[in-house]
Design a protein around this ligand. Structure first.
Ligand SMILES: [Zn+2]
Ligand SMILES: [Zn+2]
Length: 374
């Protein structure tokens, strides 16, 4: 246990639409079942952008970032599963492990988690300003900082051979995307699938579909760069979403419509079209996170008559303590080429530029690196 308070540099959200502020913050003391993690890599995800752009109502100050990996530096006396020196992926959903959903194995639906309130399980915060003001961490992580303090249930050990950039992506995009295929939709070999939106999560969905042997796989996006990438990631067909015939094209490629359609953007217009892309008896899976208050008209006759299902998917219906190591092993064995999803690397100082990368809606995930190395 360390007696002196730890001070870290972080990028802090105050006001929607403004650049993140640079700040020096004190870390919470490592106590009980808390773990201090020195960040090595953090992805920059659409959910960070939703906060930065004011799509979601969040009060500042807040340390953004929720897709991170690093090294355990110190642990509280109640910690059992990790120890200093372990390489970990952070989970932005720290389950209580006790509620009905947790006990039933559906930890992604935990009813008691405080992660969504951006605090630690006891309601305190991971960071404190030099003036003593509590500074919450986005989804209980705040990975746009040199280090953070999280509950043990949010720090999952993975094998050392997984590079930190890949490990960071397992913390959100990969678990969400591959989990949407494997856990939420339970796609079977030979099932047809269409992926609408080929950003970080959509790219992970494509890899998940390749892993389970979906066929054919159709990708839809507005960026030619991302459509070319989608082909490299296993899509047999890559269609421009702004082509008015794209829906008919999906239906003709897949016969009567796809067995599974995934929406990985969170846009009303694409969510609305999703059921029309699936065959009778098929399922539409909503993976992208919309802005607050977005409503979508649906055709209930088509859903009822066609026996179609709409599935919501949060965090890939995944159990981090089980699924993070599983995804890491699939990467290490060469079955899941997650390094294909790693885009340019940048530094904490330049995180606003990484948010701009997301606004461009093209290319791969930008990764913040805290130190050089794998
Ligand atoms: Zn995310
Ligand atoms: Zn729970």
């Amino acid at each position: 246990m360390t007696a002196t308070p730890q001070t870290v540099r972080a990028r802090i959200f105050y006001t929607p639409g403004e650049a993140l502020a640079d700040g020096e913050l004190r870390l919470a003391k490592v106590r009980d079942d808390l773990v201090r993690v020195r960040l090595r890599a953090s992805g920059v995800c659409g959910s960070d952008l939703h906060v930065a752009d004011g799509d979601w109502t969040v009060q500042g100050p807040l340390v953004l970032g929720h897709e991170g990996s690093g090294i355990v530096e110190d642990v509280g006396p109640g910690v059992r599963d990790v120890r200093p020196g372990d390489r970990v992926v952070l989970s932005w959903f720290a389950p209580c492990r006790r509620c009905r959903n947790c006990a039933g194995g559906r930890v992604w639906l935990c009813q008691n988690t405080r992660s969504l309130e951006n605090t630690l399980p006891d309601g305190t915060t991971s960071f404190v300003s030099s003036a003593g003001t509590p500074v919450p961490a986005f989804l209980g992580l705040g990975t746009f900082s040199e280090a953070t303090v999280v509950p043990e249930s949010a720090a999952v050990k993975i094998p050392d051979e997984v590079p930190f950039s890949v490990a960071a992506l397992i913390g959100c995009a990969v678990t969400t995307g591959v989990g949407a295929v494997v856990n939420t939709a339970q796609v079977r070999p030979g099932d047809s699938a269409v992926v609408v939106g080929c950003g970080g999560v959509g790219q992970a969905i494509l890899l998940g579909l390749g892993l389970v042997g979906a066929d054919p796989i159709v990708a839809v996006d507005l960026s030619d760069e991302r459509l070319a990438l989608a082909r490299e990631l296993g899509a047999a067909h890559a269609l421009r979403g702004d082509d008015s015939g794209s829906g008919d094209h999906v239906r003709s490629i897949t016969g009567w419509g796809a067995d599974h359609a995934f929406e990985a953007i969170g846009r009303a217009a694409t969510i609305e079209m999703l059921p029309s892309l699936v065959r009778r008896g098929g399922q539409a899976v909503i993976v992208g996170m919309p802005a607050e208050g977005v409503a979508v008209p649906l055709d209930p006759f088509d859903l009822a008559d066609g026996g179609k299902r709409i599935l919501g998917c949060n965090y890939g219906s995944s159990v981090p303590s089980v699924d993070f190591p599983r995804l890491a092993r699939l990467y290490a064995s060469g079955r899941l080429p997650l390094d294909r999803l790693v885009g340019r690397t940048t530094t904490l100082d330049a995180v606003d530029g990484a948010l701009d990368d997301l606004r461009r809606v093209a290319g791969l995930r930008t990764i913040i690196r805290y130190e050089d190395g794998p």
